[in-house]
Design a protein around this ligand. Sequence first.
Ligand code: FES
Ligand code: FES
Length: 383
Amino acid sequence: MSTSQVEDREAHRPVLQLRMRVNDESVQLRCEPRTSLADALRKDLGLTGTHLSCEHGVCGACTVLIDGTPQRSCITLAASCDGARVTTIEGYADDAVMADLRQAFHTQHALQCGYCTPGMLCTARDIVLRLPGPDSERVRNELAGNICRCTGYVGIVNAIQLVLQHKQDGALPMPQSTTGLTSNPGLAQQATSEIQDWPSFAFDGVEQWLRVDRELDFAIPAQALWQRVADLALVARCLPGASISQLVGSRAIGEMQIRFGPMQAQFAMRAELSLQPALQQGEMRAEGSDRRSGTLVQTQMSYQVLSHATGSRLRYDLRFRLAGPLAQFSRNALVNDYVSEMSRIFGQNLQRADSAEAVAQLPAETPSLWRIVWRRVTRWLQG
Ligand code: FES
Ligand code: FES
């Protein structure tokens, strides 16, 4: 795994090497497995704007964005953020919503000692992005996880309502990108900023590539099939468990959720598609990490669209490898069946996706372990 573990020879303690993107800069960290994200940010990176108070996940002072979602950095292990995008209070220099919130906190007297303020602003910004208008009751409920010992909250609620009013009036430019700086991903969102180059995860080289090749037949002409598989957003929509939060040209950032028996993972992913339209061939490279387990995944899929008696055929060759705690599942023979089941659902979705309405109504079907096991048993019984 890239979260490579070396030994601190003097202290005889294991040390992890982590990579993450903090405030839009790639950083590398060496820390112990027990190091919290808050400590890593404050002590290793000098980002002391992240405040620590209760250190038990109760007060919200340490709230930062992890992959676009506000989270407590005091009870988040730094190791679980390997490959993640982290935004601290120092990382909003060009953010219009945060600028308006800062101003509103000032004019509405929303802080006194200021200790809760970095975490409060992080949560406030998330509230502004999600709520349609200045509903005081809702704002108060949403702030339940952030404790302020000084202000009595009136100024804080007023400040957030003021910014929500600006949003409702159309006076506040809302961010387009959902990566790192919003928490409302959606397929149709198109970012105007670029998805920057990202250092690739360093696999040790010992992880085995697993390979699966398949053919799927479709009852649509090859040209129509090509148009669908050349559309990265549509491919993600048809793939069970996948979602895109940012899409710029041929690059995308999103998530892949996998639930397969005891294995549950939510990989933060980035993907890049390269196409050769003249040959109706494409290649998609993707990689990501599961924050909970620290497992890394890399995939490479090359595919080609062909004319066929049924209409068209999609031939693909998928290679993938896992590193980390969940890698044990990649050695399981059931994984082959899992990929086949994913493939079946993907093909079914792609076939149906002939209009925007049809795409919107695609079912959220995911591969079922029990169905896979049942098929195996049936095959076995039939000899
Ligand atoms: S310091 Fe993290 S929630 Fe209180
Ligand atoms: S301003 Fe002091 S704790 Fe909130």
